[in-house]
Design a protein around this ligand. Structure first.
Ligand code: MEV
Length: 435
């Protein structure tokens, strides 16, 4: 046990942590080697979190040629998996010459709840709810004033009886519009004010008697399940325009296999999970690059995928009137102002690269990156298979694992144009080159 760790200076924290390593000096120097050379920039990064020792680098790249609603984007992506940006770029280019992607935000409604226990007469609570709600709106005015000016605010407030789940359990279920911010702080501040107002009202109201005056608030928090905060993105083209595929498949053969691949992903949970993981390869990379909360985006995406009780794929395929149509519907709550988005120098760069989009536009871009990555993955899977390309992309990682120098890397890349990449094959090649 250690107490007061967070109060130590950064140097002392590192000194303490270094005792966990066989070579403390080396650990300290690695940690410090990733400090930003600009002390102000480092201070900013340090203060994003607690107990910061250093920075953990991920590659920041771009996928060009994303044509979305007739506008080209250069999409910033932060991802460590070698083939993700390549897959997104290939799919984006492929679709750019076939009309691109069309996207729309169906709604951007967010949700928050106050969970409370009250063991009184339900009818009485319901009768007073209109008055209680008025106090909610009134008491949150200082919080909502700015949001209302920006076009957002509280959209609705309901009282829900949840006694079938737990004795005396009710919810205040509120819906919010937070415009270009993700709105977590706004929503949580409103909810905590609702909770205080609710307790005060019940305590003071003469109509409530004895134990009815007691309302126990369990918690007030936004819900990351925002099924209404939904974006739709799709590609569509005449079947013949798909062209020939790498392994010689015609559009007909390809789409026959593609349709079955999507059907399997819809109905088999093992495949659905991997299929959706491929979608989130693209979405998360954009969400991270723009300083948004990828855990929230993942959580709602997967919960939504299981909304009918079975976990299913998030994409839909149809082939009607000779048109190949591939679509993704995914909920996500993103912001382009507030939070890390306006603080992290790299998320600011990402947003500027995208032309400083609104939150809705960013939702469309992130979802489209997801669809592009998934289209790329499924296309490769049903044609030439994933490993050839994947291992080619992974080759540099394996070479770096063996500390290959530049000359060895050039020779290896050339050699593996003809041969299958594997860990052992790379080791053998390097042994030969080195002997
Ligand atoms: C790898 O990160 C993602 C894939 O497994 C996705 C898929 O199988 O659809 C290639």
């Amino acid at each position: 046990m250690i107490s007061g760790f967070s109060k130590l200076s950064k140097e002392d924290k590192i000194k303490f942590v270094s005792t966990y390593f066989t070579d403390p000096g080396k650990a300290v120097s690695i940690l410090k080697s990733f400090w930003h050379k600009d002390t102000e920039a480092q201070k900013l990064l340090d203060e994003f979190s607690e107990n910061t020792l250093s920075n953990y680098f991920f590659p920041f790249g771009v996928a060009p040629n994303f044509l979305i609603n007739d506008r080209f984007y250069l999409v910033p992506m932060v991802i460590e998996e070698s083939s993700v940006i390549a897959a997104a770029s290939n799919a984006a280019k492929y679709w750019a010459s076939r009309g691109g992607f069309k996207a729309e935000v169906i709604s951007s409604v967010k949700v928050g709840q106050v969970h409370f226990i009250w063991n009184g007469d339900k009818n009485r609570l319901q009768r007073h709810f209109t008055e209680i709600k008025k106090t909610f709106y009134l008491n949150t005015e200082p919080i909502t004033a700015n949001m209302i000016k920006r076009g957002g605010g509280i959209l609705s407030i309901e009282l829900l009886d949840k006694k079938d789940l737990l004795e005396g359990y009710y919810q205040i279920f509120a819906r919010f519009e937070t415009v270009d911010s993700m709105g977590a702080n706004f929503i949580n501040s409103c909810l905590e004010e609702f909770a205080t107002s609710l307790k005060d009202y019940i305590r003071k109201e003469e109509d409530f008697q004895g134990s009815e005056k007691e309302c126990k608030v369990i918690m007030s928090i936004l819900s990351n399940y925002t099924p209404e905060c939904l974006v739709r993105t799709y590609t569509d083209c005449p079947l013949a325009d798909l062209g020939m595929f790498d392994d010689g498949d015609t559009p007909e053969t390809f789409s026959w296999k593609f349709e079955r691949a999507i059907h399997i992903a819809r109905n088999d949970v093992y495949r659905a999970t991997t299929h959706n993981k491929g979608i989130f390869n693209g979405i998360d990379a954009v969400v991270l690059a723009t300083g948004n909360d990828f855990r929230a985006v993942e959580a709602v995406g997967h919960a939504y995928a299981a909304r009918d009780g079975n976990y299913r794929s998030l994409t839909h395929f149809s082939l009607e009137n000779g048109h190949f149509h591939y679509e993704l519907n995914v909920p996500m709550s993103l912001g382009t102002v507030g939070g890390l988005t306006s603080l992290h120098p790299m998320s600011k760069i990402s947003l500027e690269l995208l032309g400083n989009p609104s939150a809705k536009e960013l939702m469309m871009i992130a979802a489209t990156a997801g669809l592009a990555n998934n289209f790329g993955a499924v296309t490769t899977l049903v044609t030439k298979g994933i490993q050839r390309g994947h291992m080619k992309m992974h080759l540099l990682n394996i070479l770096n694992h063996f500390n290959a120098n530049e000359e060895e890397k050039i020779k290896a890349i050339d050699y593996f144009k003809q041969y299958k990449v594997s860990f052992n094959a790379v080791r053998e090649l390097l042994e030969n080159l080195r002997s």
